[in-house]
Design a protein around this ligand. Structure first.
Ligand SMILES: [Zn+2]
Ligand SMILES: [Zn+2]
Length: 641
């Protein structure tokens, strides 16, 4: 056979930096040749290993030689091959290549094509922050994505997406999403699927073009029917005036593209002003519950295979914190059933429990297990490993409650446990447990006036949920998990305002020894409630004291003195009066000081005033009415068919 050197020597160029004297194979890419080591490449790449095995089986007379070494043509450009081989030989070169888009793309493509697994894993690691596969990572990455340059140009995103289509399909959902988020596709110019990369025009592959157009309209539909659906629907209890305006503004601000398409992952809706409490709560809830589902369905949105199919060829991420957690996590002794069928990990603690039990109690877990396990799915001792984002403590308490069916009623005395379980049972839609909790918590935060009066009477003996700290903690959770208990919680906080300062609106509130900082919104609600209730006290409940109108009074001076005495007793340190701080047996005035007819009028007014004002209490607190509040709880408990 001819020596290749004599035939084409003029057209071939030896690559200086990749020409080893002890090399035992010559690779040719384009017109560039590299003299490298078979053993080294074979060890790193299964493709190369097979290639060299084939060569060694080829009879010598059919082998092509260059300077008596076997010469093998590989299907890459000279530049791509140089980048790949440099990276294989030199870790520093490799790392600096990762700061350069073109070289990173080349490495991704080449390491995938020739199956350099470890190289590919590091390249993928470097790219993962820009193309997350989990919703958490996407939400976390969002701000930095803007300030970081690599993929802010359409051209580089196009170049990347074309390569990812074959080399890293699991990056595609995020890459295509970025496309939609960063471009107004409906504009005729610039042409959204074309751009410049390294001075050359690049065009998105037709398959991806189709995927993006499909994904864009599907996401718009999902945004309108799921994530933000309430913008176009009015909840029962909404106060139509202000919310109608807020809704109009929201639907405008959501649809920014010129054809009015909504891009749910590009927009956040500002709910802090203009919305009534009902709408805001419902919208927040919708958003929080639907976004994970949409993320899970994202590949389908683009017509791609499911996440687990996409992730099949992705190596487990190396720099992922969760993976490090998994490596040094501990098994929870009390919640480690040897025949458990799923391992949950929260923080550094793992729990081996039963899918069946979790699914039975929690519809969130039921849904989760009904789907094939996506993203972070791993395995531990043969069980699927699910990482959940709650604290070890909370998870332990929750799993305990689910696995021991008889939760003692007395657990309400442990305020922290009660709050943890309320929050977790709401989050994971564990309806039975939540109902038990609500029933146990209701005496502390009643919905009926008689129960409120009972609460006042038993207050001195009670230990649970009597401190400002505990009530604040409860109110924070109740806003979503127990809205019907919120009026009483706000009412219970009012007396603490009398000991307030700017820094400590409810006095020095602590919970289990730790200072509690109430949310601004809650503080505002309580302060407003206090003023509204003061007006109610003066004009309704205690009207006869502030505006006496008894023509039959028989002791004018005595009754005047009695009223002055009552006003002094009723007003708190700031001179404000709470109508619900007193009961029939202790109405806040001294009955023996009034004449008979005045006393009778006072008592009548007091009783009827309290009754009618309790009915209007949520309204006075700027909350939806009692019936709506409790229907919100039932909605959650009895989901429709
Ligand atoms: Zn509203
Ligand atoms: Zn009188």
């Amino acid at each position: 056979m001819d020596d290749y050197e004599t035939a084409t020597a003029e057209t071939l160029e030896e690559c200086r930096e990749l020409w080893f004297d002890d090399g035992n194979v010559v690779l040719q890419a384009g017109n560039m040749i590299f003299c490298v080591h078979r053993g080294l490449l074979a060890q790193r790449s299964s493709y190369m290993k097979e290639l060299f095995e084939t060569i060694s089986l080829t009879p010598p007379q059919y082998q092509v030689k260059y300077k008596s070494l076997p010469l093998i043509c590989i299907n890459s450009s000279a530049e791509d091959a140089r980048i790949l081989l440099s990276a294989v030989y030199d870790r520093n070169v490799f790392e600096s290549a990762l700061s350069n888009n073109q070289q990173t793309f080349a490495l991704l493509e080449q390491s995938t094509r020739y199956d350099f697994k470890d190289l590919r894993a590091v390249v993928l690691d470097a790219l993962t922050p820009y193309f997350p596969t989990t919703l958490d990572a996407w939400s976390f990455a969002k701000p930095s994505v803007k300030e970081h340059r690599p993929f802010s140009k359409r051209g580089s995103l196009i170049a990347f997406a074309n390569i990812a289509l074959h080399a890293a399909p699991h990056f595609l959902p995020a890459a295509l999403l970025k496309f939609i988020c960063c471009n107004d596709i409906s504009r005729p110019s610039p042409v959204w699927y074309k751009g410049y990369f390294r001075g050359k025009v690049v065009e998105l592959s037709p398959a991806l073009k189709t995927a993006i157009l499909r994904g864009r309209s599907t996401l718009d539909q999902i945004a309108r029917t799921k994530i933000f659906s309430r913008i176009w629907r009015t909840p029962l209890a909404c106060t139509p005036g202000p919310c109608a305006v807020a809704k109009k503004t929201a639907s405008h601000s959501l649809a920014r593209d010129s054809d009015g398409i909504i891009k749910p992952f590009a927009t956040t809706l500002d709910l802090s002003t203009g919305w009534c409490n009902v709408c805001r709560r419902i919208m927040e809830d919708d958003w929080q519950t639907s976004m994970p589902h949409v993320w899970y369905e994202l590949p389908w949105v683009f017509g791609l295979p499911e996440w687990d199919e996409l992730l099949k060829d992705a190596p487990p991420p190396r720099t992922n914190v969760e993976v490090m957690d998994i490596a040094c996590a501990m098994e929870c002794e009390e919640l480690w059933y040897p025949d458990g069928t799923v391992v949950l990990q929260a923080g550094f603690m793992r729990f081996r429990v039963y899918k069946g039990v979790l699914s039975k109690h929690s519809s969130v877990f039921a849904d989760m297990f009904a789907m094939p396990q996506p993203v972070e799915a791993g395995a531990y001792e043969g069980c699927p490993l699910v990482v959940i984002h709650d604290s070890e403590e909370d998870t332990r308490a929750f799993l305990h409650a689910l696995h021991s069916p008889d939760v003692p009623r007395a657990f309400i005395d442990d305020e922290r446990l009660a709050l943890t379980l309320l929050r977790m049972s709401h989050k994971y839609a564990a309806h039975k447990l939540r109902t038990t909790l609500l029933r146990a918590l209701e005496p502390c935060f009643p919905t009926q006036l008689v129960d409120w009066e009972a609460r006042l009477r038993t207050l001195p003996e009670r230990t649970a949920f009597t401190t400002a700290g505990a009530i604040v903690q409860f109110a924070n959770i109740a806003e979503l998990a127990a809205p019907h208990l919120l009026p009483a919680a706000i009412l219970a906080l009012v007396p603490f305002c009398a000991h307030s300062s700017g820094e400590h609106p409810f006095g020095l509130a602590t919970f289990r020894g730790v200072p509690v900082k109430p949310e601004h919104r809650l503080v505002r609600a309580v302060v407003q409630a206090r003023e509204a209730l003061d007006a109610v006290a003066r004009t309704e409940v205690y009207l006869e004291i502030f505006n006496p109108g008894n023509p039959d009074c028989v002791a004018l001076e005595g009754c005047d003195a009695a009223r002055a005495n009552a006003i002094a007793a009723l007003a708190d340190a700031d001179g404000l009066i709470s109508p619900f701080a007193h009961t029939k047996s202790e109405p806040g005035w001294r009955p023996e000081m009034f004449c008979g007819t005045c006393r009778a009028r006072l008592e009548r007014r007091f009783a009827s005033g309290l009754r009618s004002e309790w009915k209007r209490l949520p309204e006075r607190l700027a909350l939806p009415g009692w019936d709506v509040l409790s229907s919100q709880v039932q909605d959650v408990e009895m989901p429709g068919p």
